[in-house]
Each structure stands twice: as structure tokens, then as C-alpha cells.
Write a protein of this length. Structure first.
Length: 324
């Protein structure tokens, strides 16, 4: 891979937010999200934009098998449509697909949607890509679940080509070569960044070989240092050690104390990082010490209003402390 596109500013630990409501897996959905919809989703995205978050993320599933619905739910807003809608109501925050199962789509179709999204958002797109984990969904849309890793590598190469060339010659055996234009062209030059999601060894290798950044899919901090070391070793081996935007996932957060408006009496699980802004900043800042340049956070909340308040307090009291 040549010419990586890194977008995280030097000197800060960038913070992103996976949006609520748009994905309602029973593993993480809050009760209030089940009754919420577009107005609340818009309010949270605007709050993140106003607070100075680096990105907002939207998940990707096309169809959930009925057998998995009790655990995963079936409410998963379409990734590109939702990000396009959010582009029109935000002005600064980047728009992340976290993560698009790229191999389930023809690369020209994906390129058309993503180029349009980058143009409509004035260059705020970050393309998060993953291989997918739901076998029945993948089989229906793309077939050959066992071969999804190689298919994802091929799809990333094809997307990079379509981003770079209006008349791309797609690599790989699955797509015949024809002279067909893809426009509008993306605003970002030389192209929008592509972050690879996943914490398995194949995902780390994919990120090192083909990605501009990495999105881990597990929040275990005791594993992160070794994963980053392995990622850097593979980057040296496969891409000459070129820069890479390295991510981390934080445990859920709830701010309390002066200037936060947090409820001191709310009883929360022990896994939640609960504390004053300086404590939360110190906890998140440790990710930079491990080599991460961006971290995704999630807030505990009992309503959209409380979540927006937490986001605003975080922007005012925590983000200024995250100078690496």
C-alpha cells in the first residue's frame, strides 16, 4: 500500500462516539433508545458536533437472521443513508461507518454511495470496513462466509481504486473490467481514509496492509498494548512503517462532579468509568500512552436529554485535558 491517508490531528487524543438508537442490540441498548427515533438521534449527533467530537459512528447490518434477533434485535439503521442524513445537520464532526461490511456490496455501488457521502458532507467521511460476523446475513448477500477475509481484502483494494480514479479498473477476479465512471468524486484528497475494523490477527494484518487506520472491536485494555505492537510490526513488514491512525475502545463513561450535571446518586455497574472530568481524562489519556491516536467512548444515560448533557459536559471539561 502507498500514500496512507491519516486524519487524526497530531498532539491530541481524538475522541469519537458510536451513536445510540441507530443500533439496538440487546447487548448494549439503553431502555430509552427503544422508544426513541430520528429526533433524538439528530439531537445526539448535533450535541457531539457542538462538543468537538472527532467522529460519530453508525453501524452496519442489512438483515438480522430470525434466530439471532433475540440477542441482536432487528433495528439497525442503514449506514450510508443515516450518515448522509446526519451530514446535513452537522458541520464539523466526521462521519464514520463503523463498520461497513464492504464485501457484501459491489465495489462500484459502494464507491458511488461513499463518494456521494463525502461530497455532500464536504469531505468529512471516514470509511470503517470490516469482514462481518453474521454468517447467514453474509451468505444471503455475498455467499462463501468462510472466504469473507479474502473477499474483504479484494473489496478494499477495489474501493481504493474507485476513490482514486473516476474510471477505475477494479482489481481481483470477481469484477469484469469495464470503463465506467463513478461520480461525484470525493472531496478529500487523495481520497477518504479507510479504517479497518476487527481485533483478530487477520483483521490486524488487513489494517496493516491496506488500511489508513484501525478500529478495534474489543474493549479489553489488557490486550490492547500487544495488539498495537503486533499492528506496528505488521505495518513495518507490509507497508514500510507508514503512519496509521490507531484506535481504542473505552469502557462506558458517566461524568459526575462540578460542571457535569451528573447524578451522584445513580447506581452504575462497576465496569463504568464514573468520575470527575480530571479522572475520566486521566483514564482515557492512558490510551495515548499505549500508542492510540483516537478512542471511541460511550456514555451511560437514562434519556436522550441526559446523554446530550453528558456529551456537552465531556466536550467542555474532558476534551481540553486530552492533549497528548
Amino acid at each position: 500500500m502507498t500514500d496512507p491517508v491519516t486524519v487524526v490531528p497530531d498532539g491530541t487524543l481524538a475522541v469519537g462516539l458510536q451513536l445510540p438508537i441507530q443500533a439496538q442490540s440487546t447487548m448494549f441498548v439503553a431502555d430509552w433508545e427503544r422508544r426513541a427515533g430520528p429526533p433524538e438521534l439528530a439531537a445526539v449527533a448535533r450535541a457531539a458536533d457542538d462538543a468537538g467530537f472527532f467522529y460519530v459512528g453508525v453501524c452496519d447490518h442489512t438483515a438480522i437472521p430470525e434466530a439471532l434477533a433475540p440477542a441482536m434485535g432487528t433495528v439497525w439503521y442503514d449506514t450510508v443513508a443515516t450518515l448522509g442524513w446526519l451530514a446535513g445537520m452537522t458541520g464539523r464532526v466526521r462521519l464514520l461507518s463503523h463498520v461497513l461490511v464492504l464485501a457484501e456490496r459491489h465495489p462500484l455501488r459502494a464507491a458511488k454511495e461513499l463518494c456521494t457521502l463525502d461530497a455532500l458532507s464536504n469531505g468529512r467521511l471516514v470509511v470503517g470496513v470490516g469482514a462481518g460476523h453474521v454468517e447467514a446475513e453474509y451468505e444471503v448477500l455475498a455467499g462463501d462466509f468462510a472466504g469473507r477475509g479474502a473477499a474483504t481484502d479484494e473489496a478494499v483494494r477495489a474501493l481504493r481504486r474507485a476513490f482514486a480514479d473516476e474510471y477505475p479498473v477494479l482489481p481481483g477476479p470477481r469484477w469484469p473490467t469495464r470503463s465506467m465512471g463513478v461520480a461525484p468524486r470525493p472531496v478529500q484528497t487523495p481520497r477518504p481514509p479507510i479504517w479497518i475494523g476487527g481485533s483478530s490477527r487477520p483483521a490486524l494484518r488487513r489494517a496493516a496492509a491496506l488500511g489508513d487506520g484501525w478500529l478495534p472491536q474489543t474493549a479489553r485494555r489488557d490486550e490492547l498494548a500487544a495488539q498495537i505492537d503486533e499492528l506496528r510490526r505488521l505495518r513495518d513488514e507490509l507497508a514500510g512503517g507508514t503512519p496509521l491512525d490507531i484506535g481504542a475502545l473505552a469502557a462506558p463513561i458517566y461524568l459526575v462532579g462540578a460542571g457535569t450535571g451528573g447524578d451522584e446518586t445513580w447506581s452504575l455497574p462497576s465496569v463504568v468509568t464514573r468520575g470527575a472530568p480530571e479522572q475520566v481524562a486521566e483514564t482515557l489519556g492512558a490510551f495515548a500512552g499505549l500508542g492510540a491516536s483516537h478512542v471511541q467512548v460511550r456514555f451511560m444515560s437514562r434519556s436522550a436529554a441526559e446523554l446530550c448533557d453528558q456529551i456537552a459536559a465531556f466536550g467542555a471539561t474532558v476534551l481540553p485535558r486530552l492533549d497528548r
